[in-house]
Write a protein that binds this ligand. Structure first.
Ligand code: PLP
Length: 345
């Protein structure tokens, strides 16, 4: 049975967080002399709202949850690090990842001196829930499930996530960075039923704000309260909060761009499949394609020589010969196909 108290580090439970006057006061004042700011207006002379109240309210509405279930980080990468810092005793705790998957789960674990247990995906990139659960031991605090998975592009079915969550007493972190490129159900629908499911999304992908660094976590209020204690007080800067709000308020522009990317993904997939140098284009629910090529190393260099930077994934398990290609603008995708048509082994 999941009990948050059982997975939190003792020092974090005891932690009295830094508090500022603005933790308690969020209204309009005529004189702000609480934070040693410079009073002359530069647009950013004030500290940002440490609780990102406006942004959370807006995201909560879009995601169909309450603001108290929304956490905002300096990118999902900050959230991954926070999850380790809150739950994992360095040198003792471990986390489970399912390679081939997003590399930061393991890097962040290493930084925090947390052991990683790898349970590889099956050859068809599906999750082996039984093997994952068999790898759990008393020091396992986190299981990372990436859906759609990077770099393989496939979704993890909701019932597989439920199976893992209902048989594990730690946190299941479902990374949905690419969820907006599919119409499939998000694991956000599970957070009420499973307090040990924490969903990560991001504004870096479908929302087009990678440079603003806005990561979104959706989970239980109790877990979020602990994460709030540990995060840097002003972890999301004022410009990023503003830019995020502007984008979130323009759902039409968002939908239009996502539609183009999804349509282009399918076009690119069809075009690549016609090429002799392509062995396989994997299906994708994300904004990238994993493609198995013949003669990958030379091809990768050829693309670089053409000024096209892709991601070589050929050293990853089950990804021998694979390059990951992000879907670009229609012009960029055409340039890619044109370049590949000029490559001969
Ligand atoms: C699966 C996955 N999660 C998270 C991230 C990082 O997200 P953010 O930009 O919010 O840190 C990426 C970036 O490539 C990713 O592929």
């Amino acid at each position: 049975m999941f009990n948050l108290n059982n997975i939190l580090r003792e020092n974090i439970k005891r932690l009295k967080p830094y508090s500022s006057a603005r933790d308690d006061f969020s209204g309009e004042a005529s004189v702000w002399i609480d934070a040693n700011e410079n009073p002359f207006n530069t647009g950013v002379n004030r500290y940002p709202d440490p609780h990102q109240r406006e942004l959370k309210a807006c995201l909560a509405q879009i995601k169909g949850v309450k603001p108290e279930n929304v956490f905002i980080g300096n990118g999902s990468d900050e959230i991954i690090d926070l999850l380790y810092r809150v739950t994992c005793d360095p040198g003792k705790a471990n986390a489970i990842v399912m390679p081939p998957t997003y590399g930061m789960y393991a890097v962040s674990a290493e930084i925090n001196d947390v052991a990683i247990t790898k349970v590889f995906l099956r050859e068809d990139f599906s999750v082996d829930a039984e093997a994952v659960l068999a790898a759990v031991n008393e020091n396992t605090r986190l299981i990372f499930v990436c859906s759609p998975n990077n770099p393989t592009g496939n979704l993890v079915p909701i019932d597989v996530i439920e199976t893992i969550a209902s048989n594990f007493d730690g946190l299941v972190v479902v990374d949905e960075a690419y969820i907006d490129f599919t119409t499939s159900e998000s694991a956000v629908s599970l957070i009420e039923k499973y307090p040990n499911i924490f969903v990560m999304q991001t504004l870096s992908k479908a929302w087009g704000l990678a440079g603003a660094r806005v990561g979104v976590g959706i989970g239980s209020k109790d877990l979020l309260a602990v994460m709030d204690k540990v995060k840097a007080p002003y972890n999301v800067n004022i410009l990023s909060q503003q830019v995020a709000l502007n984008s979130l308020n323009d759902i039409e522009a968002f939908n239009a761009k996502v539609d183009i990317i999804v349509e282009q993904r399918d076009w690119l997939s069809a075009e690549l499949s016609k090429l002799d140098i392509v062995e396989k284009v994997y299906p994708s629910d994300a904004n990238f394609l994993l493609v198995k090529f013949k003669d990958t190393a030379n091809l990768f260099q050829f693309l670089l020589d053409c000024g096209i930077v892709a991601r070589d994934r050929s050293k990853e398990k089950w990804c021998e010969g694979c390059i990951r290609l992000t879907v670009g603008t229609p012009d960029e995708n055409e340039m890619l196909v044109k370049a590949l048509n000029q490559y001969f082994i």
